[in-house]
Design a protein around this ligand. Structure first.
Ligand code: NCD
Length: 309
């Protein structure tokens, strides 16, 4: 039962609970009109203390497509945060008005912290610093299910900024709970997967390399990511690393015919635009999956998914 629960990191949900969200997302994709009023009279608060395009718009579109309404901000300077209000007080106040809240914040652990102040209102973590991004993981899982037929038995290449990429941390920990997944971590040595993620994995289920060309032919899924400029303390280091990988047509020639290329977006230079037309590039379809999966998640957390059944 997901009603009333918080989603701070993907580990908050069992695999069968994640599966139930996927099944609802599939039903919504098949018959969106059946769900167009299930959130009538419900209010979602969207609190974005950090820039966002897909996550915020997909949450807002999701709530509106379920017949619900929105309050919130995407510029904390327009709220009482700018007067020095604590996050705890902000969230207690929002809990007086809204039924569910989504929060993105640059500081690791913020979503967890505010969930302790929200008694009745489910809190969804939309990204806390370099830590976790569970709804991107739900998006990724739905994409893999729909474009690779399921989440078991894949060789998954994860390429780019493995150190700071929160979408990567959440995805790797989650895919590791499926069967027969092998990871190939591809990064410059400065941006390697942190130890605290590697400790979740058995040493025989992953390899590490800095050479995308050498391994691309082995992969079923290639998950690209941008170098996370905003998390660097040293801009020169960022500039040196930002173009380390550029996936182009030439590299794609070495990949399997049924490999899929994913990316949480935004992309900077790590995938050349010429790859967009390749049928294996699914990153914009993935962005669309994000809206459907968030519709399913909101409906589940509010316990309204069966209203029209
Ligand atoms: C990601 C994020 O915010 O972590 N974007 C997203 O939510 N789709 C990835 C990124 O910013 O690189």
């Amino acid at each position: 039962m997901l009603k009333g629960r918080h989603l701070i990191e993907p580990g908050d949900f069992e695999i069968d609970e994640i599966e139930s969200i996927m099944q609802l997302a599939d039903k919504i994709i098949a018959n969106p009109e059946d769900y167009s009023m299930v959130c009538k009279g419900k209010l979602l608060a969207s609190l974005f203390y950090e820039p966002s395009t897909r996550t915020r718009f997909s949450f807002e579109a999701a709530m509106l497509r379920l017949g619900g309404q929105l309050i919130g901000f995407d510029d904390p300077n327009t709220s009482s945060v700018s007067k020095g209000e604590s996050l705890g007080d902000t969230i207690k106040t929002i809990g007086c008005y809204a039924d569910i809240a989504v929060i993105r914040h640059p500081r690791e652990g913020t979503a967890k912290l505010v969930s302790q102040y929200a008694d009745e209102m489910p809190i969804i973590n939309a990204g806390d610093g370099g830590h976790e991004h569970p709804t991107q993981t739900l998006t990724d899982i739905l994409t893999i299910r729909n474009y690779k037929g399921g989440c078991n038995n894949h060789v998954v290449g994860v390429c780019g900024d493995l150190l700071f990429g929160r979408t990567i941390h959440s995805l790797v920990k989650t895919l590791n709970r499926y069967e027969n997944i092998r990871f190939v971590f591809i990064s410059p040595k400065e941006l390697k997967m942190p130890e605290h993620i590697l400790t979740y994995l058995s040493p025989d289920c992953y390899t590490e390399t800095n050479n995308l060309d050498e391994v691309i032919g082995d992969l079923d899924i290639l998950y690209m990511s941008r170098v996370q400029r905003e998390r660097f303390v040293n801009e020169e280091e960022y500039l040196r690393l930002k173009n380390y990988y550029i996936l182009d047509k030439k590299k794609m020639k070495k990949a399997k015919q049924d490999m899929i290329v994913m990316h949480p977006l935004p992309r900077v230079n790590e995938i050349a635009q010429e790859v967009d037309d390749d049928s294996r590039a699914v990153y914009f379809k993935q962005a669309k999956m994000g809206m459907y999966v968030r519709m399913a998640l909101i409906a589940k957390l509010l316990g309204v998914e069966d209203k029209n059944d």
